[in-house]
Design a protein around this ligand. Structure first.
Ligand SMILES: [Zn+2]
Length: 97
């Protein structure tokens, strides 16, 4: 079971990203919604819990863009709820990206 909620608690802080700052962006892997972002400089991988992920999980969750911004693909509250009510959705082809 991949911990999709990795680091999500940091989103509740009132962190405002400066325009020139590298960010960590949280996106929902299912619906693509932007859940939030935090300045990369403010947290470490340890704080986010990323260091406990296996190489495979990291590949699944973490991606980088050309500017070095990090994206973490997680599951938003809405999709989490949908999936807990309809677990068979996970079996649909193309549902998981
Ligand atoms: Zn979603």
């Amino acid at each position: 079971m991949i911990p999709y909620s990795v680091g999500i608690l940091f989103l509740n802080n009132s962190n405002v990203c400066r325009r020139d700052e590298m960010t960590i962006q949280y996106l929902c892997r299912h619906c693509g919604t932007s859940i939030g972002q935090i300045p990369k400089t403010k947290v470490t991988e340890q704080q986010l819990g990323l260091h406990i992920l296996t190489a495979e999980e990291r590949e699944h969750i973490i991606s980088y863009d050309l500017e070095g911004n990090m994206s973490l693909k997680v599951t938003c509250d809405y999709c989490q709820q949908m999936l807990s009510q309809n677990p068979e959705l996970l079996l649909l082809p193309g549902y998981l990206q």
